[in-house]
Design a protein around this ligand. Structure first.
Ligand SMILES: O=C(CCc1ccccc1)N[C@H](Cc1nc2ccccc2[nH]1)C(=O)O
Length: 169
């Protein structure tokens, strides 16, 4: 019986590995475990969705987003800007500009998300992986689940800032 188990971080919408003895939590699979062992950990079947390139589970969608934060964001800071002071209106104007540049081009979406998104997911072109209902802020969830794969939302607002959402699967 392994001391490790797989749990879901609701704030990040990502699975992590929890050591039931040391109570340690890590994002990456413990190096001492083989791929086979990881896949058979308690919670693995439930939480280790396929991530990149996989199908996800029934009731899940995969989406990317481009986030522009503003002074009213719950965390007005990002990899790009330590102290974000723009107003919400300015953030919307900026995002409108990206929306125009993107048109319907999903490759352009990922390029602009990588360069400009105020979310850590920028590193993966805005990709958030697969998620089910109940994992993301409600306005974001409703937008993502209201899209068809390949479709992009209009500008939406959450406590994090203003977003463009692209459903990818
Ligand atoms: O919470 C995160 C990480 C989200 C994430 C999920 C899965 C993979 C990679 C990132 N970043 C926040 C900004 C933020 N707020 C969001 C609200 C809804 C969806 C994505 C969001 N991203 C922040 O950085 O303040």
């Amino acid at each position: 019986m392994s001391v490790w188990e797989v749990r879901m971080s609701n704030s990040k919408g990502l699975p992590y590995f929890f050591n039931t003895e040391t109570k340690q939590s890590v994002w990456d699979p413990p190096s001492e475990l083989s791929k086979e062992e990881v896949e058979n950990l308690p919670g693995a079947k439930e939480h280790l969705s396929s991530g990149a390139g996989g199908e996800g589970r029934p009731g899940q969608v995969r989406a990317s987003h481009l986030l522009v934060k503003h002074s009213g964001s719950r965390r007005p800071s990002s990899w790009k800007e330590e102290n974000i002071t723009r107003s919400q209106d300015e953030a919307v104007e900026i995002l409108r500009g990206y929306q125009e540049q993107i048109g319907g081009d999903t490759k352009k979406f990922a390029e602009l998300a990588k360069e400009h998104s105020d979310c850590s997911s920028h590193a993966h072109g805005g990709d958030l992986g697969f998620f089910g209902r109940g994992q993301m802020q409600k306005p974001f969830e409703d937008a993502a689940f209201g899209l068809e794969p390949g479709q992009m939302s209009d500008i939406i607002s959450t406590d994090s800032g203003v977003h463009l959402v692209l459903r990818t699967a």
